[in-house]
Each structure stands twice: as structure tokens, then as C-alpha cells.
Design a protein around this ligand. Structure first.
Ligand code: HEC
Ligand SMILES: [Cu+2]
Length: 336
């Protein structure tokens, strides 16, 4: 064989190899390989694996499938749209993270009583570049609130307050009541008591002061924010708290019916102390709760009461929108 012929054959072989290997290599080495995740209802194991690792800026390829019913997959605190994970099919997904941290993936379909326990984590690290961003503690911690304590409202309105009527008194209202800080830190009942003892407002009757409370609450939200909160509530909370917030969602009964069984955690240990989902339409309870308290409970969860923790799922903005929506069960014309 002549030297040049051998060389050209080798080049051909090399070329063929490159054609065959490059796509494979790209699949495996441009990222961290391919991770296959199987979804199962929480009672039979949830996601497996339930913890994976990734690196900042390096694509993570996922192949998702379900071993039982239809599940959904989404990453908490991100704008990623949820993808369906049907049984008997592989759904491919590539994710690239631009910040280090622990991300939560969760099921977005109500697949069973313990649907919300279908969660896993992605630990995203960077090569020592850029220290993790310091996180400020949530407001309920700063305010030192006991978010598990009962919070009955010392006063409640006789009729439904109206933000629209309340807006008529803006000229009298000291501006300090309209700050975000004020709204987030106090319950509507506390705000009512503050207004009642304010000399600037002593000409007004109680119903008028409640209208101002509704107006203050309305001023801290927008129609878009409320619409977003309503949608998030319907998707994530209504199954327990009820479509209309009355604490009678379809899962509320099922949780009660499951009785003893529902107090088992995923390992079968009886770690749970199940409670009834809160009725958000009860003024005696809700008007005694500040947005900071409700947000605290929402992000931290009930720690074994059946109330899931949502802090790793929603951004702060989304959670504040849900909280604003919860008060709309009490105030009329809460949007402009
Ligand atoms: C699986 C059922 C379940 C789901 C889903 C659920 N909750 Fe709850 N929630 C509960 C239960 C049970 C309680 C009462 C026990 C407790 O306070 O820990 C509760 C209590 C709360 C409280 C405390 C209210 C108060 O007056 O102190 C808030 C706030 C709350 N839930 C918000 C939410 C939001 C917001 C969502 C949706 C993002 C949600 N919950 C989804 C079961 C649920
Ligand atoms: Cu599921």
C-alpha cells in the first residue's frame, strides 16, 4: 500500500469516527451527562433520583418519565414552564443555571393525596467563582412573629369593607399608612385600631375606617398581581383550602378520610400532626393576620400539619401576590 493511500484511508476512518462520535460526545460532555428521572406518586417513592448535582453555566440534560400516572415537572423560583411527564414516554429537557444554589423540582399535577411531597433538589455549584449571594431573612423572622400561634382579630367589620368607598378619604389619611412596610407588618384589625386612635380621622365612623383599611390593602396590589395570585391559588392551594378559600377543597376531605394513614410521612413514620386547611373567608381569623405572617406560613409551611412549604417553589413576588389575593375574600373592589 502506498503511503499516500494509507494516509487517505486513515483520514476517511478518522472522519467516520468523528461523525459518529462527535454527537455522542457533545451529548455527554457539553453537559454533565444525561440524568434520567423517574416520577412515581409520593406514596411509592416520588422522584428518583431526588437529588442531583449541576454546575453553573453547564447544560444539564434530563430525560423524564413516569412509572405510574401523569406527572408534571417544573423548577421552583424560576420562570420555566412546567412540562408534562406522561408514563411510557421519555420527555427530554435541558436546563442551564446561571446562579449557584439549591433548586427544587416539583410535580405540577395533582397526582395523589401527597402530590405536593413529590419534590427533589438540584445542587448547583460554581467553580469557586463568585460567593453565594447573601439572603436577607424573611419579614416574619425580622418582625419576630410566631407564625404558628392563633391570631384572632380583636375587631371585625359589621359589613364588607369597600376599597372604593375608602378611597374617598385619602385627603384625610396620613401617608404613613400607605407604605408597603406598613401594609406588610400589620393585620387589617391592627390597622383599624391604629386608624381609630388617629386624631386625623376622629370624625369618621367604624364602617368608614374599615373602608380605609380595604383601601390600604388595595393600594398594595395591582389588578395584574391579583390575577396572578388568583391563578397560583387555584393551581396550588385550592385543592386543600377550597376554590373559594373556605377550607373545603377536595383534598381536605380526603386528608380527613385518610385519617391515621395521612399522618405518615414518606418513610411511613408517623411524623405528621394533620390539621384542617385554614378557612381564609373567616374574618375572625384572617383579619387578625398580617401579610408578613401569612407569607411566613406559606413559605415555611406547617412543619407536619399537612400545610406544604412553598418557599423553594415561588419567588417572593409570586408569594406576595397570593397573599394579596387571600385578603380579597374580605374586601370589595380590591382592584382598581
Ligand atoms: C395539602 C393541603 C394544603 C395545601 C395544598 C395548601 N395548604 Fe395551606 N394549610 C393547610 C393546612 C392543613 C393548614 C392548617 C395547619 C397549619 O396552619 O399549619 C394550612 C394553613 C395555611 C396558612 C395559615 C393561615 C393562618 O391563618 O394562620 C396559610 C397562610 C396557608 N395555609 C397558605 C397556603 C397557600 C398560599 C397555599 C398554596 C400556595 C396552601 N396553603 C396550600 C393545608 C394546605
Ligand atoms: Cu405527581
Amino acid at each position: 500500500m502506498r503511503r499516500s493511500e494509507m494516509l487517505s484511508r486513515m483520514l476517511v476512518i478518522a472522519g467516520v469516527l468523528i461523525v459518529l462520535l462527535v454527537p455522542l460526545a457533545v451529548r455527554f460532555y457539553d453537559g454533565q451527562g444525561i440524568v434520567e428521572i423517574h416520577g412515581r406518586m409520593a406514596e411509592t417513592g416520588g422522584w428518583s433520583p431526588s437529588a442531583i448535582k449541576a454546575q453553573v453555566g453547564v447544560p444539564l440534560h434530563l430525560r423524564l418519565t413516569s412509572d405510574d400516572v401523569m406527572h408534571g415537572f417544573a423548577i421552583g423560583q424560576s420562570e420555566m414552564a412546567a412540562v408534562d411527564v406522561p408514563p411510557g414516554k421519555m420527555t427530554e429537557l435541558t436546563l442551564t443555571f446561571d446562579k449557584p444554589g439549591t433548586y427544587t423540582y416539583y410535580c405540577t399535577r395533582w397526582c395523589g393525596l401527597n402530590h405536593w411531597r413529590m419534590r427533589g433538589t438540584i445542587e448547583v455549584t460554581s467553580d469557586g467563582l463568585g460567593a453565594p449571594q447573601p439572603v436577607s431573612p424573611p419579614l416574619y423572622v425580622t418582625l419576630n412573629l410566631d407564625i404558628d400561634a392563633p391570631h384572632p382579630a380583636p375587631v371585625t367589620p359589621l359589613e364588607r369593607p369597600s376599597a372604593l368607598r375608602g378611597a374617598a378619604f385619602t385627603a384625610l389619611l396620613p401617608p404613613s399608612y400607605l407604605t408597603t412596610d406598613y401594609y406588610r407588618s400589620y393585620s387589617p384589625a391592627q390597622a383599624f385600631n391604629d386608624l381609630r386612635s388617629d386624631p386625623a380621622l376622629k370624625s369618621l365612623n367604624n364602617a368608614q375606617l374599615w373602608d380605609i383599611v380595604a383601601f390600604i390593602w388595595q393600594s398594595n396590589t395591582t389588578p395584574e398581581g391579583l390575577a396572578a395570585g388568583k391563578q397560583l391559588f387555584a393551581q396550588n392551594c385550592a385543592a386543600c383550602h377550597g376554590e373559594n378559600g373556605a377550607g373545603n377543597g377536595v383534598f381536605a376531605d380526603k386528608l380527613a378520610a385518610a385519617g391515621e394513614k395521612s399522618s405518615e410521612d414518606m418513610t411511613g413514620a408517623k411524623g405528621m400532626q394533620m390539621k384542617k386547611p385554614v378557612n381564609f373567608t373567616d374574618p375572625a381569623n384572617m383579619l387578625g393576620a398580617s401579610p408578613a405572617l401569612l407569607l411566613g406560613k406559606t413559605i415555611r409551611g406547617g412543619m407536619g400539619t399537612g400545610m406544604p412549604m412553598w418557599g423553594s417553589i415561588f419567588t417572593d413576588e409570586k408569594t406576595w401576590n397570593i397573599i394579596a389575593y387571600l385578603y380579597s375574600f374580605h374586601f370589595t373592589e380590591v382592584t382598581k
